[in-house]
Design a protein around this ligand. Structure first.
Ligand code: NIG
Ligand code: FE
Length: 378
């Protein structure tokens, strides 16, 4: 049935009904919907391990960025690389992501920050999709930073880059159909709430879905903006306000939490996951895989952090990493569930109980994945 789940039910009934079907013996182990990683920055060149030590010595993430490191450093690096090289670097990284049980990966641009380099990044994602059975969802993040060459020109430079984003980059991305979503790093010192609104409204007119890096390090009201614009997700939220929690509970925007990022940054602060869930907000989890703040390909480890740091139950964590991750990508009817009609996106784990997934932390229990019924890993 073209890669879709035909039926779910007790073994005896299914064996009678599908007597002619090929069989895969899963050995009594745990078969689940493949994990949905709805927030990554997987296209980058050089890793940035030197920054981890700088933070350990007391230099904050934003301070490193102000000195030309952080995202700026990855931007200089990516601009110097050819499309082929970026494909070659990303391929093994995405295969490692798949090897932990992930079957859908959202991938953002955002280390190019010129028309040419953002299009180059998004074309890399399109080529990777042709090379891998993994389901990739491309997001345009031209507003990941204000590039240094524009920052150097103060307010005028900033205004010029915003104009470039809205009037040149976005139309070019939309014309080539290279992205499903647009995202903005809305954070004091990066993009303001007002600027984010202008960018996302333009993206919506251009036909893209909306996502937002919201209230990550400082409270700004970004979560409220995401809800007001009907964004598919508001991501990070470690510094979301009580009003933001209420807005997320009342609106249709998924609250996507990235506990690996806060852990890796050495922050004691985590998003108020319990308050969000208890208020009724849909909560997703994602890895935020990127070279600066979350260089992990291990989604089950994010489930561990969700239980141990965010105080989710194992079941809540699994829902957040499957069903709700799919909703954060507007794919709620397509993937993330084992139900008739859904794409056969599956992950097999060497476990008997779903609670083992967050329990054996850091381990790789995944023994196979399928996307649309096609074997993806190993
Ligand atoms: O989600 N917050 C902005 N973007 C990334 C970090 C990117 C980087 O440092 O390279 C994040 O944490
Ligand atoms: Fe991010």
């Amino acid at each position: 049935m073209d890669g879709r789940i035909a039926a779910v039910g007790p073994q005896d009934a299914l064996e009678l009904r599908f007597a002619d079907a090929d069989r895969i013996d899963c050995g009594g182990r745990l078969l689940m919907p493949g994990l949905v990683d709805s927030h990554t920055h997987a296209i980058f060149g050089r890793p940035r391990f030197e920054e981890q030590e700088l933070r350990a010595m007391g230099l904050p993430y934003m301070e490193i960025a102000k000195r030309g490191g952080g995202i700026h450093s990855s931007v200089r690096d990516l601009r110097a690389r050819a499309e082929d090289e970026l494909v070659a670097l990303a391929l093994p990284r995405l295969r490692r992501i798949a090897s932990y049980g992930t079957t859908t990966v959202e991938v953002k641009s955002g280390y190019g920050l010129t028309v040419v380099d953002e299009l180059k990044t998004l074309r890399v994602i399109r080529r990777l999709q042709e090379l891998l059975p993994l389901r990739l969802v491309p997001t345009w993040l031209g507003a990941h930073e204000v590039p240094q060459e524009y920052r150097a020109r103060g307010d005028q430079g900033r205004a010029d880059y915003l104009r470039l984003l809205v009037h040149e980059m976005l139309p070019a991305v939309a014309a080539e159909g290279l992205a499903r979503f647009a995202d903005v790093f809305c954070e004091p010192g990066v993009y303001t709430v007002a600027e984010s609104r202008v960018l996302l409204e333009a993206a919506r007119v251009a036909g893209l879905g909306l996502k937002l890096h919201a209230d990550e390090l400082q409270t700004s009201g970004a979560a409220e903006l995401a809800v007001a614009l009907g964004a598919a997700s508001a991501d990070h939220l470690a510094a979301v306000s009580e009003d933001g929690v209420r807005a997320l509970a009342a609106g249709g925007t998924v609250a996507t939490l990235l506990p690996g990022t806060m852990l890796f940054l050495g922050s004691a602060r985590q998003a108020p996951a319990r308050a969000l869930i208890d208020a009724g907000a849909p909560v997703a989890l994602a890895s935020d895989f990127n070279p600066g703040t979350s260089p992990t390909v291990n989604f089950p480890l994010v489930l561990t952090l969700a239980v141990s740091q965010l105080r989710l139950t194992a079941a809540e964590a699994v829902v957040a990493g499957t069903v709700n991750g799919a909703a954060a990508l507007s794919l709620a009817g397509e993937t993330g569930q084992l139900a008739p009609g859904f794409s056969a996106d599956l992950a097999l784990f060497d476990a008997e109980d779903v609670r083992e997934l967050p329990y054996w932390y850091g381990d790789r229990l995944c023994r196979g994945t399928w996307v649309g019924g096609v074997a993806c890993h190993p």
